[in-house]
Design a protein around this ligand. Sequence first.
Ligand SMILES: Nc1ncnc2c1ncn2[C@@H]1O[C@H](COP(=O)(O)OP(=O)(O)OP(=O)(O)O)[C@@H](O)[C@H]1O
Ligand SMILES: [Mg+2]
Length: 350
Amino acid sequence: MIELRDVWFSYGDREVLKGVNMRVRKGEIAILLGRNGAGKSTLLMHLNGLLKPKKGEVIVDGIRVGYDRKSLIKLRRAVGFVFQNPDDQIVAPTVWQDVVFGPENLGMRDDDRIKEILRNLGLERYESRLCNSLSGGEKKRVAIAGVLAMEPEFIIMDEPTAGVDGMGLKEILKIVKNLKESGKGILISTHDLDFAKTIGDRFMILEDGRIIYDGVFVDYSLAENCGIRTWLSEGEIVLVPHDSSIPETDDFDFIAVMGKSAREKLEREGIEPDINTAGMERAFLRAIGGARVMLVCSRSMIEVVKREAQAYPVKLTICDGVECHEGQSVHSWSRSGECGAHYTERTESN
Ligand SMILES: Nc1ncnc2c1ncn2[C@@H]1O[C@H](COP(=O)(O)OP(=O)(O)OP(=O)(O)O)[C@@H](O)[C@H]1O
Ligand SMILES: [Mg+2]
């Protein structure tokens, strides 16, 4: 496992990491998300000793990383780093020379294995090509090949899909999946939520120098609030617990109900729901399609809906404890738009 414990880092007086705690285990693909300039590259560069924390610890397989030459060589054999910009990584004139450079230096050159790596990355006919004549996507793959040739236990990839076309993306997906299957630990920073969702086992969001989200779902609303590109739909679910007052129904495209107490509540109010069965699932489907849906549920189901909402690209608003008076607005929106809140709660304002 690689681990950061309370890591702080600044460039001059510009503080970028403010107490980062995180872990990447062998056999998992962890994804690091965050807006431009959030500090993703800075964080990643701590994991193979390219940067040294001002405070805090980097731990690899239980051992605290040292910064003398010998420790750094050991660390870089264990943790490979694929740079955001391949030009920062490529050191030799031709593809073959570049990919054999690392293993040769460490006395572990194995030509058959290197050929296999190049083949897996769709670079088998590129061996004698000059690196500076390659396209951006091809360079990216050469940089990845160079890291894989060192056979590290952990692989850090900084934006591996940036500037890579569809074919290149497929190859990267394939290689990342194979790496995971072979038991490597992988940490990838990306803005590409499609790619992240396709391969990620765990997602972390870096914001204002800290990991503010770490979970197995992509939390769409939170990602959106943090400036990460999402395909969050225009739709919304307004969740109303059965013992709260019901908002004006004309404001909604659909009324959905789940649970006995919620059904009884609507009956008492003389409201006919549009969605009566599989209320939660259908409410999400409608909201993904762009509709505004009121979902009335028993209070005990709120947590279930909140959990479910993390997996869907829809906005969830909880309308709770509100007294709705005619002609008078008593609603206030708290925490909306703020990074760190993945749903909005409506509360009484007076
Ligand atoms: N060498 C440096 N000297 C001074 N400031 C730097 C340096 N490198 C990065 N920064 C600043 O530190 C902050 C974090 O940068 P970093 O590159 O880690 O962000 P990032 O999340 O990787 O961004 P991006 O998504 O654009 O790649 C930015 O404000 C950046 O301008
Ligand atoms: Mg970066």
